[in-house]
Each structure stands twice: as C-alpha cells, then as structure tokens.
Design a protein around this ligand. Structure first.
Ligand code: PLP
Length: 451
C-alpha cells in the first residue's frame, strides 16, 4: 500500500497511527486511546465493531444537523466541484451569499461579517477590532467561560485548567464574576449585584476606568463551563452599562448560536443585540471549518474608512461558506429550530421526572436542546458531585456516569459536575426517549455518591 493511501485501513492500524502521530487536543499523549469511528448518520455514529452511539453531544456541540445530512453533503460536493478555493481578496458568490444571509438572520443591525476558520479565530478578530475601533486596550471577560484555544481567546477564558503555562498570554484582560444563580457568587442577596449585571460591572469599571475598556465579552449562554443561563435583565443591563461608557459588547455565540437554544441566536431570548456577535460550530453544522464575526452597522460604517487589521488565508473559504449557505437553508426548510424546541420540551419533561427519582440531580438548566444537568452530593447544601476544576481522579464520579452511558450506547460529556445534553437539532422523540432511559440507569451511579 502506498504510504499516503488511507483507504481500507484496519481499525488497529488507524488506532496505532493515531497514537503514534496525532497530537490530541487537551490530552497527555501517552494516555490517548481514541476509538476509531467508521461512520455516522443523523443522531448516531458507529465504530468498526458495529457498536452504535447516540450522539447526545453533537460531537463538540457543532453537528446541529447531525451526522452526514445527505442534502448538506451533496451541496458540499457540488461546491467542491465548482470551486474549492479563491483568495479572500476576490469576491466570491458563496462568501457574499453567506454574509448576506447572516445580515438577514442576525438580530438588530448586525450586518457585516468577517469569516474565520472557527470560534477562537472569530474571537481573536473581535478583540482586535474592538481595540482598534475604540483605541482602548482592556477587555472584560468572565471566569466561567470558554472562548477558544488561541493565545488571545485563551486569555479571555477564565478556566485555569485550560491555560498550561500561559495565563497572561494577552495583557489587558479583566475578569468579571458570572451570573450563576444556582451558585450565586455574591451569596444570594436580593437583588444580587453580580446576577443583575449592573452593580458588579459598574464597580469593576470604577476601578478600571471605563475609558480604558474596549469591550465586554460574554457567552450569551455559558456553554463548556456549565450551561449557565443569565437571569432575565442581565444582558440588558450589560448593554446599558456598555452604552453609557462607549464600551463594545461582544456576545460569543459559538456554541449557543444557530438554533441550539431554540432561537436562531440565543440573545433573541432576551432581545439584546451586541455590537459584535461571534459564531462558528452550528453556522454550518461543522462539516467544513468555519467561523464568523458579525458586526453592527456602526462598526461596518467605521470600517468603510478604516483598515481592518487582520486577515486569514482561509477567511471566507468558498467551500466552507457554501456549506454555511446550504446548512442555514436546510435548517430553515426542514424546520430544524422548531424541532429543537419541541424535542427540548420533551427532554425537559423527562429530566424533571428523572429528578424525582435521582437525588444526585441538583439543577436542570436549558432551553431548546442546550441543557445542563448539575449533579450534587446533597440537594440541600448543593455540595457538587465533583469540585470546580476537577480533573483526573477527582472527576471520577462524573466519568463513571459518562463511561457507563457510552457502554450503553449514549455519548455524553461532563465538565466539572455538569452533564451536557446537547443532541443534534434533528433528534427525534424516540431518540430522546432512548437517551433518557439510559440516563435513568446510569444516574444511579451518581446517586451512590449522594449523602
Ligand atoms: N467560544 C465558545 C463559546 C466555544 O464553545 C468554543 C468552542 O467550544 C469556542 C469559542 C472556540 O471555538 P473553536 O474551537 O472553533 O476555535
């Protein structure tokens, strides 16, 4: 066999080459033992031994249209046959079409898009644009956040487990507490200065001097770090405070956007529009690497007379953009967001039934198909099943649950003590019932750790 011919490799050969030559994300390479995957369809994928897994993660919460959606695959094949690449300096039909589509779909006056290869790059460009447009350098970001793994985006990310040795890779980041009502950082005074947004941000600005702050960046709904929904009024308060001080508001909807929460964009639940919205993942269901930074009409006007200080070889890659146009059309034509709402309601009902039987369920948070199940040792004290920043042996009670689910054919993930339930938006009612039945079985393992 020719050295570059990968067709027909055995599962053992794939696994061996993967172990020997592929550097895996967030892993100690010696511990890598990745399962070779042979294929997928809809909400399912399968391995080389014929074991099928119900994908309740949508991989990295990006396969909103599920695995191998036939119409999307066909569109990508057509687009590849037409034109795989033309540089970003030329006008391209797919790129222009996707930008126009986003201007129509996005809320308020978000009208112009800069395309990237993913979410981190969208955030990098958002930070750079914000600093350039305001002439200020500080960026306020939150603790329980994930904004990507490039130097700038990682500096915004408030989770030290992600940092390696580079916690201060990008200077100028100021940290803000999260509106995490289940574990209110201010200890539940009413009204809480953190969870209402305004008092906490105003106090930070008093210390930092608002005239040095370019932007506030938040995940509209916190994803990786716990599926945390802001209380009503919170995002509105951030919007007001930012407006009062000429600070740009950036919503990172890389995970929460494109139907995940049952609306095209999560910020539409609260009717608040940012100055910059960053997206990726569900934008094209992840079939080709793609991200975007969508900016307000005001910033677009500013850019008409100012040079945009960034560029990527693959900015607006025609194949990626064509997949975005197709994915968004398919979502609209097939009523995928309506399905997310409907199946989300069913899942919500079943989860609340599970909570009656399983003392380890402390909190259920979600809308659409973006759910977090927070597991506790004691409902009264809310003592978490595993602590914040748990990894390795400390995280064992959570991995017992996810490993047992995988053995039963349900692919789930957990971060700290929160199980993430984020199936493809095309999931069926039957698949929700299957997943809930497996969850019912494996949650007994978490219950065994309760007081
Ligand atoms: N922002 C959020 C909210 C994310 O969830 C992620 C990835 O999970 C990113 C940014 C980074 O996106 P990417 O991995 O495409 O760079």
């Amino acid at each position: 066999m020719h050295a570059t011919d990968s067709a027909g490799w055995s599962k053992e050969r794939i696994q061996q080459a993967d172990r020997d030559y592929v550097i895996h994300s967030w892993s100690t390479q010696g511990a890598v033992n990745a399962l070779p995957i042979a294929g997928g369809s809809g909400s399912w994928f399968w391995d080389y031994d014929g074991n099928r897994y119900l994908d309740f993660q949508s991989q990295l919460v990006n396969l909103n249209l599920g695995h191998q959606h036939p119409a999307l695959v066909a569109e990508i094949q057509r687009a590849a046959a037409r034109q795989c690449y033309i540089g970003p300096g030329f006008a391209d039909e797919a790129r222009a079409h996707l930008a126009e589509t986003l201007a129509r779909l996005a809320p308020g006056e978000l009208t112009m898009s800069f395309f990237t290869t993913g979410g981190a790059a969208a955030n990098e460009n958002a930070i750079r644009l914000a600093r350039h447009a305001t002439g200020r350098h500080k960026i306020i970001a939150r603790y329980r956040s994930y904004h990507g793994a490039t130097a700038g985006a990682l500096s915004l990310t408030g989770d030290p487990r992600r940092w390696g040795g580079e916690s201060a890779a990008m200077p100028g980041v100021v940290r803000m507490l999260d509106p995490y009502t289940y574990r209110c950082p201010a200890g539940h005074p009413d009204p809480c200065p953190v969870c209402t947004g305004r008092p906490h941000l105003e106090e930070l600005l008093r210390y930092e001097n608002p005239e040095t702050v370019a932007a506030v960046i938040v995940e509209t709904v916190t994803g990786t770090n716990g599926i945390i929904y802001p209380p009503d009024g919170y995002l509105h308060a951030l919007r007001e405070v930012c407006d009062e001080h000429g600070i740009l508001l950036i919503f990172d909807e890389v995970m929460a956007g494109f139907g995940r929460t049952g609306e095209w964009f999560a910020c539409q639940h609260w009717d608040v529009v940012p100055d910059i919205l960053t997206t990726a993942k569900g934008l094209n269901s992840g079939y080709v690497p793609l991200g975007a930074m969508i900016v307000s009409r005001d910033l677009g006007t500013w850019l008409r007379d100012h040079r945009f200080p960034g560029g990527l070889t693959y900015a607006g890659h025609p194949l990626a953009c064509a997949s975005g146009v197709a994915a968004l059309r398919i979502m609209a034509e097939e009523g995928v967001i309506d399905n997310a709402r409907e199946q989300g309601r069913l899942m919500d009902k079943r989860l609340r039934e599970l909570a009656e039987r399983h003392p380890s369920i402390g909190d259920i948070r979600g809308r659409g198909l973006f759910y977090g199940l927070e597991l506790v040792r004691d409902r009264t004290t809310r003592d978490p099943l595993v602590g914040f920043h748990a990894s390795g042996a400390d995280a064992a009670p959570m991995s017992e649950v996810t490993t047992a689910a995988m053995r039963r054919g349900l692919y789930l993930s957990a971060n700290n003590n929160v199980l993430r339930l984020t199936p493809p938006l095309v999931v069926t009612a039957e698949e929700i019932e299957t997943a809930m039945a497996i969850l019912d079985e494996v949650l007994t393992l978490a219950d065994a750790h309760t007081a």
